[in-house]
Design a protein around this ligand. Sequence first.
Ligand code: CA
Length: 218
Amino acid sequence: MILIVEDEIKIARFVQLELEHEGYEVKHIVDGNEALESALENNYELIVLDLMLPGLSGTEVLRRLRRVKDTPVIILTARDRVIDKVDGLDTGANDYMTKPFAIEELIARIRVHLKRSKEGNSRIAYGKLVLDASARTAMYGETEIELTKKEFDLLLYMLSHKGEVVTREDALAAVWGFEFYGNTNVVDVYVRYLRSKIDDVFGITVVRTVRGSGYIVK
Ligand code: CA
């Protein structure tokens, strides 16, 4: 979902229609305060942010958002002075477009930033242990860890649910699919494989057993 924060209704409507036509889901908010609140509450894929807004200015929305989140932000504004551009990028904007703009260019830039953030998001780290979900590699520091497909999938699933207790049934359904349902010791077996390839080798504890419930990555 893409968020458009823009108080000029005509522009917002136009951008929204074009993006929807491209297949994106779009939400439009007029007010700066409301936009910040919504951006903090939801995980937007990208935000198109006007600077001159009622409530909170776009710059302030961005500044406060950046304390907690790195949602890609494209600033869209009538101001075209170089100093404003530098300010916006300093505050943490990923890109900057001035009005009037060609919608094709905005859409092209949105596409680039979505792709970039997707690639960035495909990496998940646990200390020095880094999994890349698109390249399907597991590294500990500079050392590559050889994992089978299921070992990788299980570790990825566990790391993406960090802080939550994962039951054997959850892991089984997510990694092996429902055809294995009922045969939950396969999860224990694979956790042992992972421990022998990672914990035992590098002297760390990744997947912990939660007695009577399942497993957790803390
Ligand atoms: Ca405005």
